[in-house]
Design a protein around this ligand. Structure first.
Ligand SMILES: Nc1ncnc2c1ncn2[C@@H]1O[C@H](COP(=O)(O)OP(=O)(O)OP(=O)(O)O)[C@@H](O)[C@H]1O
Ligand SMILES: [Mg+2]
Length: 257
């Protein structure tokens, strides 16, 4: 459904001397992937390994130097009218404090993408339905972001993302700004929604436990290169790449249940 073919994205390095050629660093190097409907892919790797860059390319927020993203066989270019694509592929932001306009009522924030993307139907009713789906009271619609906690704001951000009835959610560390107890609740909410709505998910996370809980496949990035991919259970049980082993050793593991 959502595919990436040979994505490359480089950034220029500062010149080392006046006469030297500017260097290049690959943030993402020859990464390909294919996401089937309903499939959940976890993207892991240490800081600077290219996870966010890959997600921005998949979201058409950034243009690859080479390679292509397609959705249901149709090429996705960062320029041009992407409304069709935005209705299908939505993002859950990382920072619930930065992602909502502080001057906008919650209901208007949730309604905004419905209007921008010209989603048909009764938007007022849809907003109420979305707020209920993420576990917020109906009166939340008339209130402002500052009246809400981080976890509640992340619920609003999820409601916004679900509004256009996307087929895919992309999320870059959506739980990292939340404290542990809230993180557990919001993770459970996302799992429940993704299950019920049959959504595909690409989840960037440092938290192997969350990835293990939510994702059926794993992609491991190192220095922009996909060094390992496979079924989550297989990769975690028998990581074939030394780097993946190191990554697993570096995090506290969930106890076996
Ligand atoms: N706008 C930019 N200009 C220059 N270099 C960049 C830019 N954005 C990213 N990079 C570089 O690209 C590489 C990949 O960055 P990216 O943000 O994708 O990593 P990440 O895996 O998301 O890291 P983190 O876990 O810290 O969020 C890094 O070396 C980074 O310094
Ligand atoms: Mg990142």
């Amino acid at each position: 459904m959502l595919t990436a073919e040979g994505l490359n994205r480089t950034y220029r390095l500062p010149r080392r001397s006046l006469f030297g050629a500017p260097g290049q660093r690959y943030a993402v190097r020859d990464v390909s992937l294919a996401l089937a409907p309903g499939e959940r892919l976890g993207v892991v790797g240490e800081s600077g390994s290219g996870k966010s860059t890959l997600l921005r390319l998949l979201l058409a927020l950034d243009r690859p130097d080479s390679g292509a993203v397609t959705f249901r066989g149709r090429a996705v270019h960062p320029t041009g009218d992407l409304r069709w694509f935005r209705r299908e592929v939505q993002m859950v932001p990382q920072d619930p404090y930065g992602s909502l306009d502080p001057r906008m009522r919650i209901g208007d924030s949730v309604r905004e993408p419905l209007e921008c993307l010209r989603v048909p139907g009764d938007h007022r009713a849809r907003v109420a339905e979305l707020l209920a789906a993420v576990g917020l009271d109906a009166d939340a619609a008339g209130r402002y972001p500052h009246e809400f906690s981080g976890g509640q704001r992340q619920r609003v951000a999820i409601a916004r993302a679900l509004g256009p009835e996307p087929a895919v959610l992309l999320a870059d560390e959506p739980f990292s700004a939340l404290d542990v107890a809230v993180r557990v609740q919001v993770t459970a909410l996302v799992q429940d929604l993704v299950d019920r709505l049959g959504l595909a998910l690409v989840l960037v996370s440092h938290d192997i436990g969350v990835v293990q809980q939510l994702c059926d496949r794993l992609l491991v990035l190192k220095d922009g290169v996909a060094v390992e991919s496979g079924a989550t259970a297989d990769v975690l049980r028998a990581p074939s790449h030394p780097y993946t082993r190191a990554l697993l050793d570096a995090v506290p593991r969930l106890p076996e249940v």
